[in-house]
Design a protein around this ligand. Sequence first.
Ligand SMILES: [Zn+2]
Length: 321
Amino acid sequence: MENKYVCSVDIGGTKIATAIMEYPADGGVPHPVFEAEVPTEAQEGGEAVFQRIEASIKAALEANPDVEVLGVGIGAAGVVDPKTGAIAYANEIMPGWSGVQLGPRLREDLGLPVAVVGDVQAHALGEAHWGVGKGKFSVLCLGIGTGIGGAYVENGRVMQGFHGAAGHMGHIECSAAAGIPCACGRSGHLESVASGTSIGRMYDERFGRVDPSRPSVGRDVNDLCRAGDAKATEVIHDAGFALGASLGSLANILDPEVIVLSGGVIHQGPDWRSQTWKDSVHEGYASQALDPLQDTPILIGSLEGDAPLIGAAEHLLASLK
Ligand SMILES: [Zn+2]
């Protein structure tokens, strides 16, 4: 057995990360042997972003002339057409990104196998294969940051859905969010009460800003909660409980072996996850999960920034089988 190599790309709204991932022959954790990053400059439009991605991949391959990659795995912002790897839909954060024929054009231009998956789906594949989900039959992953997204991996494969839109866990009906507008244009969705942004907003609406000069963010509220402030504790409890209850509902549908949480809210530092929040997540979960699912572990993701690059590589490898 020799080392294997895959070119991985993580396309987000602010940066494009490109790496050459090495899979050690001894079966060890894949890791980048080359990494580069450029700003996405999303406001320049989809075609300009495509050109930057292609240039980044070519530069990565040229910088590693002795490495023969098996192909290019990409985790991309937006909804990715599972059949072609084109961008089926993207919101206003990336104007003109919707409709970009990402997979088909790169395949033709590079002459290499190219597999594209959603960025949250790539993150989940990373955690499921090499993070805390390693060796588990099925993994439900939720990323909690400014928004909430997720993905479900079973037997090593991520569920993409017919349109590629599977896993929009932030946009499920949530009783605590009734009547609250959601970023997606609807209302009553989990994201509106459980994301970092929402925690800050809920505190301001109920009690006024922590710092009068700016809207509160999740961290402000959590710091107060950790200091024993009753108002902040109430908001953190409500956000954690709503998340946990939704996890329970999702577990009733999917029955994952483990649930993995990651994202900005989870990884803002060791201090972020207050005991109140953790207890509230478990309390919410217990209120909804069916009896056989009450003991499903709720874990914290271990790969952080590398998860999407590793997951994109895994998606490419799966596409070659
Ligand atoms: Zn929504």
